[in-house]
Design a protein around this ligand. Structure first.
Ligand code: NAP
Length: 477
């Protein structure tokens, strides 16, 4: 069954397959998964378009019950699904189980949102006329997701799309079809009508491209790299489609002079290196006040030397492998570049040979860097962070904001004054005080500014901005 896509309610065999192997142990084969061609995508889009009129008229309760059943099953099977996630993506088993539970909770949250969709009624400025604002589903939504959160990101797009009465064509990243297949199987058994939800696993350049180019897809929600996102954004605009892009980050974490150093080191270690640093919200620039720079670096190095890097499935592992050989090559190329730019490695940066053949990398900390270096301007997307030494808080804020990105930012401080100032002046979409830049709630908006995001926010009740169209109705009763 893994070598089949769900199209129009049927599990359809594909003409080609991809082998999904574990980055912790390349001899561990998770499965052989279908790889769709453009005809499969066309069929999926047609099925979604045909299913839309009936699905958009179902009661909110009908849609809510399906999403709730799916959420319950995901949570009930958290250990088993988490294991597939850890095997195919490489985050540690506890992280993978945590992500699975979060995905289940997201389905349950949007089961509630299906029941809470509301409009507005106003008096017109003209006498005798009433005005109503109605929210309606958009139609067929194309969902294109990255590999780093293989179950949570699909969940936070699929659940609101369905909750608000849209039909879906879903293309997961080729690297992580396992979780996508499981979500699809669960939704199919939770009672989703034929054609309402379609899975087309396969290459971005084939499947993703066909979704973007189809005139029957009304809107595309994409998470991934800036380069791909911008191409998709332009493709959607050329065809008059609604588009939502969640892209990269180069997130700063300020360690202020008055920071509690225990908190600061914990927050930096978690934000920079957990999930192997492969989070769009990872803290990649540690902006550290001169007065505490040396002691902070010393304590970071001590903490990093205690991190256990190994197979994601082993107990007690803190950092799993890098997700793929190409991502490992990118991380190593940036580490090499950092050295050439004059930065010094205070810790790590070497590939590790362990018991199993995998893509293991000792988490790296650069010091003696400045904010003009490419390692501090471009997203590396691995367990690599830089320390940028600053004179004072004012310079720290300037450095934090001096980036093309604006996803998350953080500060470690014990001062209410700095907290209050930073939360206003940070040019990021999400600001964290004494908590890691990575790690967010699912019931509040997620997204960034500048090059990090484009379009409406994801998650929480604000997700409806993207997944519904607003209609204004004038009535003379
Ligand atoms: P990516 O290479 O841009 O791929 C993302 C998705 O787009 C994949 O499903 C990919 O398919 C597909 N794709 C590739 N080329 C395409 C094309 N021409 N047309 C349509 N779709 C295409 O990103 P990634 O490497 O998977 O993910 C890492 C990136 O995601 C990082 O930059 C990270 O910061 C970002 N990210 C952002 C957020 C956020 O919310 N801001 C969250 C997580 C990750 P394939 O599987 O075939 O490559």
């Amino acid at each position: 069954m893994l070598n089949r896509n769900l199209i129009g309610g049927e599990w359809i065999a594909a003409h080609a397959a991809t082998v999904n192997s574990s980055p912790s142990d390349t001899s561990d084969i998770v499965g052989e998964y279908a790889s769709a061609d453009t005809q499969d995508v066309e069929n999926a889009i047609e099925a979604a378009a045909n299913a839309f009129p009936a699905w958009s008229r179902t009661t909110p309760e009908f849609r809510s019950d399906i999403l709730d059943r799916a959420g319950n099953e995901i949570i009930a099977r958290q250990d088993e699904i988490g294991r597939v996630l850890a095997r195919e993506e490489g985050k540690t088993l506890p992280e993978a189980i945590g992500e699975t539970v979060r995905a289940g909770r997201i389905f349950k949250y949007f089961a509630g949102e299906a029941l809470r969709l509301e409009g507005e009624r106003l008096d017109s400025v003209r006498s005798g006329i009433e005005v109503e604002l109605i929210r309606e589903p958009e139609g067929v939504i194309g969902i294109i997701t990255p590999w780093n959160f293989p179950i949570a990101i699909p969940a936070w797009k699929i659940a609101p799309a369905l909750a608000h009465g849209n039909t879906v064509v879903f293309k997961p990243a080729e690297l992580v079809p396992g979780c996508a297949w499981i979500i699809t199987d669960i939704l199919a058994r939770a009672g989703i009508p034929a054609g309402v939800f379609n899975l087309v696993m396969g290459k971005g350049s084939v499947v993703g491209d066909a979704i973007v180019k189809s005139n029957r897809v009304r809107a595309v929600s994409f998470t991934g790299s800036v380069a791909t996102g911008r191409r998709i954004g332009i493709g959607c605009m050329e065809r008059g489609k609604k588009v939502q892009l969640e892209l990269g980050g180069k997130n700063p974490l300020i360690i202020a002079a008055d920071a509690d150093l225990d908190v600061a080191v914990n927050v930096a270690i978690n934000g920079s290196y957990f999930s192997t640093g492969q989070r769009c919200t990872a803290s990649s620039r540690l902006v550290v006040d001169d007065s505490i720079h040396d002691v902070f670096v010393e304590r970071m190095v001590a903490a990093m030397s205690r991190l256990k890097v190994d197979n994601a499935l082993k107990a007690g592992v803190d950092v799993g492998p890098v997700a793929s050989s190409s991502q490992l090559a990118q991380d190593l190329a940036y580490i090499d570049l950092g050295r050439k730019e004059g930065a010094k490695l205070a810790f790590g940066g070497e590939p590790l040979q362990l018991d199993t053949e995998g893509y293991f990398l000792q988490p790296a900390l650069f010091i003696e860097t400045d904010n003009t270096m490419r390692i501090n301007r471009e997203e590396i997307f691995g367990p690599v962070a830089s320390v940028i030494r600053v004179r004072d808080y004012e310079e720290a804020v300037a450095v934090a904001n001096d980036t093309e990105f604006g996803l998350a930012s953080g500060i470690c401080t014990t001062s209410l004054k700095l907290t209050s100032d930073f939360k206003r002046r940070s040019q990021a979409g999400m600001v964290m005080v004494n908590v890691p830049t990575a790690g967010v709630d699912y019931h509040v908006p997620f997204g960034g500014r500048k090059a990090s995001s484009y379009g409406a926010r994801e998650q929480g009740k604000h997700a409806r901005e993207f997944y519904t169209a607003l209609k204004t109705v004038y009535i003379r009763p």
